[in-house]
Design a protein around this ligand. Structure first.
Ligand code: NDP
Ligand code: BG6
Length: 517
């Protein structure tokens, strides 16, 4: 039996955006989006910028210059973005503001290797129409396939766009910054190359490596929950925690991104980025101060403390899977090998479960399980801690067959919240123990929609706060740890097939049951 007792978590009262923690309006600027006709721009970036506008956080003198290959006029581009905002923003009811928003939107068609294109961008940025109202502030956003990152960065240098403000270090204005999408490289060597290229053109404090999981309210709340509640902080160690399970289950497949996913696979697309962010926030030590440098220092230490995986460890450290034809939410879906742009013999994993260990004082001996899967039975992202049981089960002597481990679940999405499971006496004359849950729900407590991750991150990059972005050493260390998993694992960890719409390959339980090594 299980019951929910929401009222046992007291909430601080309804909150709204006006009370949110990033009320600082942005300065004026031009945002140049490379890849402006793509999926990310349409579904995330423009809706997020529009939501910032609706919340009064986007400076009225914000220019957006979209750059991509497809030919289209400014008007056509604005029309596409209007429907994107209506479909994907939090504020479709405030579409009346779009007329004002679109006055700052422009489009430039070019290929990323076209010298004339970069010259035209420079002329635009230096024109009075852009430079004066935006005070010269410029943010480049690389929303393209990763293979274009280096060529674009080189061209920003070659065509004097990276130094369009002669003194980029000058504060507070004008600034020149760059946001680079994930995945940042595809292994250690390419991440190093990319870091080298970008740091030849920009300084580290101009570079924002985005991982949108860090912009999610509930991901940020992992730190707040851990570090502002003594009850839970004191339990957050190997003395009490038996295992930690970090899972990102998705119902979606590759959604028309077959070409990209076939190259990336789940390990590069989800594990090295999003799951590692969840891992570091869950496991890091308290930072000396709540500011970018200190937080990033602690995150890097977690990654550097991961126990290196030797070739002989691989079979007990990873299970890889790929979905076959099935049903998700009652709708028939294709198997991965039948998706567009996927070779019929592909052995790219769409599911992975890793068992990792952190070799430090706090976590030695506690296995961390990182699971990511596409086309699963449900959409659910969780950080789940299972606590140790008492060595002596008192109530078993009194007739109870069960011991109930305490479990803490942080629900990142959907149904954002936190629940704590414990054992209680079943009413009656025996000492049978039932598991019950105390449950906190964001939706019930705050009754307001949290800002989308991209709102938070775009806002932070524009105001110059890099706390929620990855630093170069963080990225390189995570690729370094992942290296043994990125090679040909056909023999060491054969691909396991699972039906779309299920919970992944059965073999994953093999990892859960293995003892610490
Ligand atoms: P898309 O394939 O949808 O978009 C790619 C964009 O690049 C298009 O605007 C395309 O223009 C443009 N482009 C491609 N080749 C050229 C070229 N030679 N010259 C000029 N423009 C070109 O990709 P996404 O938007 O899905 O992804 C972009 C980035 O964002 C990737 O790094 C991805 O990993 C990341 N990301 C994406 C997410 C998503 O949900 N989509 C989520 C998180 C990260 P055109 O179509 O006009 O040819
Ligand atoms: C992206 C991945 O970074 O994150 C996608 O490229 C994935 O494959 C997406 O679907 C998941 O993001 P969210 O916010 O929907 O959990």
């Amino acid at each position: 039996m299980s019951s929910s007792i929401p009222s046992m978590f007291q909430t601080p009262g309804p909150g709204d955006l006006a009370n949110s923690d990033y009320p600082q309006p942005t300065p004026p600027l031009t945002i140049i989006i490379f890849g402006a006709s793509g999926d990310l721009t349409r579904r995330k970036l423009i809706p997020a910028l529009y939501d910032l506008k609706v919340d009064g956080l986007l400076h009225p003198e914000t220019r957006i210059l979209g750059v991509a290959r497809s030919p289209k006029t400014h008007e056509e581009f604005r029309g596409e973005l209007r429907s994107a905002v209506q479909t994907f923003s939090r504020s479709p009811d405030h579409i009346d503001l779009f007329a004002e928003f679109e006055k700052g939107i422009f489009y430039h068609s070019m290929t990323f290797d076209d010298p004339n294109g970069y010259t035209a961008i420079r002329t635009t940025l230096l024109s009075d129409e852009f430079r004066k109202p935006t005070e010269g502030n410029v943010l480049f956003y690389l929303a393209t396939q990763p293979s274009f990152f280096v060529p674009i960065i080189r061209n920003l240098k070659n065509f004097s766009l990276s130094n369009i403000n002669e003194e980029p270090e000058e504060t507070p204005h004008p600034f020149t910054r760059i946001i680079i999408e994930k995945p940042f490289g595809r292994d250690l060597a390419t991440a190093r190359d990319l870091n080298r290229e970008v740091l030849q053109v920009f300084s580290e404090n101009q570079v924002y490596r985005i991982d949108h999981y860090l912009g999610k309210e509930t991901v940020q709340n992992i730190l707040v929950f851990r570090l502002s509640n003594p009850v839970f902080s004191s339990l957050w160690t190997n003395t009490f925690v038996k295992s930690v399970h970090i899972s990102v289950f998705e119902t979606v497949g590759v959604e028309g991104r077959g070409g990209y996913f076939e190259e990336a696979g789940i390990l590069r697309d989800m594990v090295q980025s999003h799951l590692f962010q969840l891992l570091t926030l869950t496991a890091m030590e308290p930072p000396v101060a709540f500011e970018a440098g200190s937080i990033r220092d602690e995150k890097v230490k977690v990654i550097r403390s991961l126990k290196p995986v030797r070739t002989e460890d691989i079979p007990r450290s990873i299970v890889r899977g790929q979905y076959t034809v099935g049903e998700v939410d009652g709708v028939p879906v294709a198997g991965y090998r039948n998706e567009p742009k996927i070779p019929p013999v592909s052995d790219t994993p769409t599911f992975a479960k890793l068992r990792v260990e952190i070799q430090n004082w706090r976590w030695a001996g506690v296995p961390f399980f990182l699971t990511a899967g596409k086309r699963m039975s449900r959409r659910e992202t969780l950080v789940h801690l299972i606590f140790k049981e008492f060595p002596f089960a008192l109530f078993r002597l009194a007739g109870s067959p069960d011991t109930i481990p305490n479990e803490l679940t942080i629900r990142i999405q959907p149904n954002e919240g936190i629940s704590l499971r414990f054992g209680l006496k079943h009413p009656g004359g025996t000492f049978v123990i039932d598991p019950v849950d105390m449950d906190f729900s964001y939706q019930q407590a705050y009754r307001t929609q949290s800002p989308e991750a991209y709102e938070r991150l775009l806002h932070d990059a524009i105001v110059g706060d890099s706390t929620l972005f990855a630093r170069n050493d963080e990225v390189e260390n995570s690729w370094s740890f992942m290296a043994p998993f990125l090679g040909d694992l056909t023999k060491l960890s054969p691909l396991r097939f699972y039906t779309a719409g299920t919970d992944g390959p059965e073999e994953q339980d093999r990892l859960s049951n293995s003892i610490s090594h």
